[in-house]
Design a binder for this molecule. Structure first.
Ligand SMILES: Cc1cc2nc3c(=O)[nH]c(=O)nc-3n(C[C@H](O)[C@H](O)[C@H](O)COP(=O)(O)O)c2cc1C
Length: 173
């Protein structure tokens, strides 16, 4: 066994942290709503499932987000799990606000949740709790409805975010 000392706090600068966090692969979701007739949303790789009863998921949003204060005003939010062909869509959803929904087919609910039509799974949610966590806020969302694409062998594959780039799952043997 090799024993190396993990260095202390002085190494926790943002660049090193980003690199280390980026080693961990994640999926990506679109969080979106309609507020005052405008589509609003962002891409988030911090999504995770939380609880089955009640049904909860979460994502973390940067406290600097200009979108979140408006996005959270909708009674319901939509969450869409992005597929591996959504790399460009994901970049757009993180880019200039006025173009985030260009060329996207979306479905809106009467409560304001917005989901992408060709996602792998879609959730209709409302904000359950917001937890301050450093420079981010952990947003816990309660699910009201779930829709999923094709299951099994023909199911689409998720967009994978890893080391600041997009990848896809390899075929299983
Ligand atoms: C792959 C990817 C994952 C992202 N994940 C998050 C995330 O988990 N939380 C977050 O606040 N922003 C995330 N962003 C950035 C947001 O999509 C968006 O660019 C950011 O919130 C700034 O825009 P805003 O000021 O309109 O919110 C991610 C961007 C990309 C490309």
């Amino acid at each position: 066994m090799t024993i190396t000392s993990l260095s202390t706090n002085q190494d926790l600068d943002a660049k090193r942290l980003r690199e280390a966090f980026g080693v961990f692969p994640s999926g990506v979701v679109a969080v979106a709503s309609e507020v005052d007739g405008q589509l609003i949303g962002l891409a988030a790789s911090s999504f995770t499932s939380v609880s089955l009863e009640p049904a909860l998921v979460s994502f973390s949003v940067a406290n600097t987000s200009k979108t979140w204060p408006t996005l959270r005003q909708a009674a319901h939010l939509g969450v869409t799990i992005l597929a591996d062909h959504h790399g460009e869509v994901c970049r757009r959803l993180a880019g200039p606000v006025e173009h985030r929904f260009d060329d996207l087919d979306v479905t809106r609910t009467g409560d304001g949740a917005v989901t992408l039509d060709d996602g792998l799974a879609m959730f209709d949610c409302s904000v359950y709790r917001e937890v301050e966590a450093g420079d981010h806020t952990i947003v816990i969302l309660q699910l009201h409805a779930v829709g999923a694409g094709i299951q099994g062998a023909d199911a689409g594959r998720p967009l994978v975010f890893h080391r600041s780039g997009f990848g896809r799952l390899a075929d299983s043997a």
